[in-house]
Design a protein around this ligand. Structure first.
Ligand code: DOR
Ligand code: ZN
Length: 336
């Protein structure tokens, strides 16, 4: 197959940052995706309706200036002490999700949640409002490669304690998480990134260290990657695309920041991974259908065409280094 047309996809997990760089990151995502869920770990964090609405307006303005038709979806950051009323006000301001970062788990998460009991009222409010609880599922106290597995019990407790709460476990990185998601009720879904479907820890550090592949959760083994790929191509409505595209300027990466800037290459990586699995015909379900259904949204209008036209990824895109920098990728993507 040399070309494939799919319904315009969505990205249900992306970091667009703030300040001067945000417009370029927003435009890059808008180029390929009809909707995107913008993560709230900016500074100060998006923990109330006014900040949330201001951020979404700024992102929407950047998208409009880019000329691509794309809609930002809003997500607030859950912090202890936020309170039920603030959660309901965020929902009224248009939030579709609230993000649970275990305290200290990743970029700008020192003010996150120490334990679910610290946000019990907020979780109950999210359940009542029909919001999706988006979870960064890592226990920062566990060894780096075990952090996701170590947090599954906490997720299990939340799923059991809030029987109507919809939960999206973000950026799955290991086989145990795939099994856990399938064992939970259907109101629990999960995103999988293009980098976790494409690379392993050996790509990150088995040869020369490749900081552009360093993210949280850290890339895992070939067997873990195989389990993620199997889940993504399965057609199960539980698994859908969230890029976790997370640009950092070169000086931050050099200082050890976690994050892969995949927005420019995500669809090329996904097409290659699905092709490797002999499942290009399931790509549309994963990127354009299952996430929309999980979030209760209609499907996007429009079409994205993937063509087998090799392209060489520039050394830097929008001032950030992408995972495939300097390499040739088989598939290009273009909205038509
Ligand atoms: O690698 C990551 N980068 N993982 C996250 O969870 C956050 C993100 C960021 O914001 O840089
Ligand atoms: Zn993220």
């Amino acid at each position: 197959m040399n070309s494939l047309e799919i319904r315009t996809p969505d990205d249900f997990h992306v970091h667009l940052r703030q300040g001067p760089a945000m417009a370029a990151y927003a435009a890059r995502t808008a180029r390929h995706f009809g909707r995107f869920l913008a993560m709230p770990n900016v500074v100060p964090p998006l923990t109330g309706p006014a900040a949330l609405a201001d951020y979404r307006r700024a992102v929407a303005a950047a998208v409009a200036a880019s000329g691509y038709a794309s809609t930002p979806l809003a997500c607030f950051k859950l912090v202890p002490g936020m309170g039920r009323e603030a959660v309901l006000a965020c929902a009224a301001a248009g939030a579709v999700a609230g993000k649970y970062y275990p305290a200290g788990s990743t970029t700008n998460a020192s003010d996150g949640v120490p334990e679910p009991a610290a946000v019990a009222d907020e979780l109950a409010a999210m359940q009542d409002a029909g919001l999706v609880l988006s979870i960064h599922g890592e226990d920062p106290a566990a060894p780096a490669l075990d952090r996701e597995r170590a947090f599954l019990g906490v997720v299990d407790g939340i799923v059991g304690s809030y029987p109507r709460l919809r939960v999206a476990l973000e950026h799955l990185s290991c086989a145990e998480s795939v099994r856990a998601v399938l064992a939970w009720p259907e109101r629990v879904g999960a995103t999988i990134t293009a980098h976790h479907l494409s690379y392993t820890i050996d790509d990150l550090l088995g040869g020369g260290l490749r900081p552009e592949l360093f993210c949280k959760p850290v890339l895992k083994s070939a067997a873990d990657r195989a389990a993620l790929l199997e889940a993504a191509v399965s057609g199960s409505p539980r698994f859908f695309f969230g890029s976790d595209s997370a640009p950092h300027p070169p000086e931050a990466k050099a200082a050890g920041a976690a994050g892969c800037y995949t927005a420019p290459v995500a669809l090329s990586l996904l097409a290659a991974a699905f092709e490797e699995a002999g499942a290009l015909d399931r790509l549309e379900t994963f990127v354009s259908v299952s996430g929309a259904r999980f979030y209760g949204l209609g499907l996007n209008p429009g079409v994205l065409r993937l063509s087998r036209e090799g392209w060489t990824v520039p050394a830097a895109v929008d001032g950030a280094v992408t995972p495939a920098a300097g390499r040739t990728l088989a598939w290009t993507a273009e909205r038509i």
